[in-house]
Design a protein around this ligand. Structure first.
Ligand code: IPM
Ligand code: MG
Length: 358
């Protein structure tokens, strides 16, 4: 029986990049797809960013591939009426309801794109790190609201929540190490926040289970600085939800563009959710110029971690690399340097399909 993939294109450039990814997946194997609504488009259709039907379909799928959610139209609606539904609620709900507490965001400098980054080649060359972001706790899911002219967002973490994500990060450090000593950097703000002090304490105690891993703790402000000053010295970075969100966008610049970063969100069991780290880019939606590569690479993570298809995952990773090596660049990556050719979404997709055919 073919594996069942739920596609959630979402908003903005989501439908374009997920459409391209579907073509690529079709070239890699026999999958059955179900395409469903999430985010702003679901609000327009059903008044909510995620319906129970879509959630159930995700639950019973083998994997879920998502484009992006959000856009100015729905931001404006919320500005007019704070109780209006927000597209992001759909994404947060699907993560929470599927128990996807572990978000893996690999960040590797791509040799062909070294000049597309705003950072100096000498700084980013050799960067190869993994951000392990806690995805279903912290300030994203605490109590929040308004009291008169005051707004509040509670940040809470339990020992159990920290332990399970810490184990994922330690295990990832071991899996990734090829010969050298596995390293893990845990990020917090323990000089100010109580949740961070519990975070540090708990991660330190879990380290006892993984004596082969070298653990360091960094304060998040310092980590943000070191990520751009010495990125090659990081291996696995473990962070709570909000810090991981911020540091992963920052890390994207090490690869040349936010348009290149894939992610996998996994739980203890059940289907994973795979999505590019970038957002819905409403400013370029519908123009055929969106970079589909982060979604292709997310599909590769889906094949690898969600569907047990390592060899297909490897083929897709290599096809993306080959197209970049040949100089093809969507506008977000295009620098105008000799050897580069500017290409839109459809052309990049066609080129990746061509590489898969070789
Ligand atoms: C991400 C995004 C989301 C997040 C938004 C769209 C809610 O920024 O996946 O990094 O903050 O988690
Ligand atoms: Mg983000």
């Amino acid at each position: 029986m073919s594996q069942r993939i739920v596609l959630l294109p979402g908003d903005g450039i989501g439908p374009e990049i997920v459409g391209s990814t579907r073509e690529v997946l079709d070239a890699l194997g026999e999958f059955s797809f179900e395409e469903l609504l999430i985010g702003g488009i679901s609000i327009d259709e059903h008044g909510t960013a995620l319906t129970d039907e879509v959630l159930d379909a995700c639950r019973s799928a083998d994997a879920v591939l998502l484009g992006a959610v959000g856009g100015p139209k729905w931001d404006e609606a919320v500005a007019r009426d704070p109780s209006a539904p927000r597209p992001e609620q759909g994404l947060l709900a699907v993560r929470k309801e599927l128990g996807l507490f572990a978000n893996l965001r690999p960040v590797a400098a791509i040799p062909a794109l070294i000049d597309s980054s705003p950072l100096r080649p000498g700084v980013i060359e050799g960067t190869d790190l993994l951000v392990v972001r806690e995805l279903t706790g912290g300030i994203y899911f605490g109590e929040s609201g308004r009291r008169g002219s005051t707004a509040f967002d509670e940040c809470a973490y339990s020992v159990e929540e920290i332990e399970r994500i810490a184990r994922v990060a330690f295990e990832a450090a071991i899996t990734r190490s090829s010969g050298g000593k596995p390293r893990l950097t845990s990020v917090d703000k323990a000089n100010v926040l109580e949740t961070s002090r519990l975070w540090r304490e708990t991660v330190t105690s879990i380290a006892g289970e993984f004596p082969e891993v070298e653990l360091e703790h960094l304060l998040v402000d310092n980590a943000a600085m070191q990520l751009v000053s010495r990125p090659t010295e990081f291996d696995v970075i473990l962070a709570e939800n909000l810090f991981g969100d911020i540091l992963s966008d920052e890390s994207a610049m090490l690869t040349g563009s936010l348009g290149m970063l894939p992610s996998a969100s996994l739980g203890e069991s059940g289907p994973g959710l795979f999505e590019p780290v970038h957002g819905s880019a409403p400013d370029i939606a519908g123009q055929g110029i969106a970079n589909p590569l982060a979604t292709f690479l997310s599909a590769a993570m889906m094949l690898r971690y969600g569907l047990g298809k390592e060899s297909e995952a490897g083929r897709l990773d290599r096809a993306v690399e080959a197209v970049l090596e040949r100089g093809f660049r969507t506008p977000d990556l295009f620098t105008g340097a000799a050897g580069e050719t500017e290409a839109g979404t459809a052309e990049v997709t066609r080129l990746v399909l061509g590489e898969l055919d070789r």
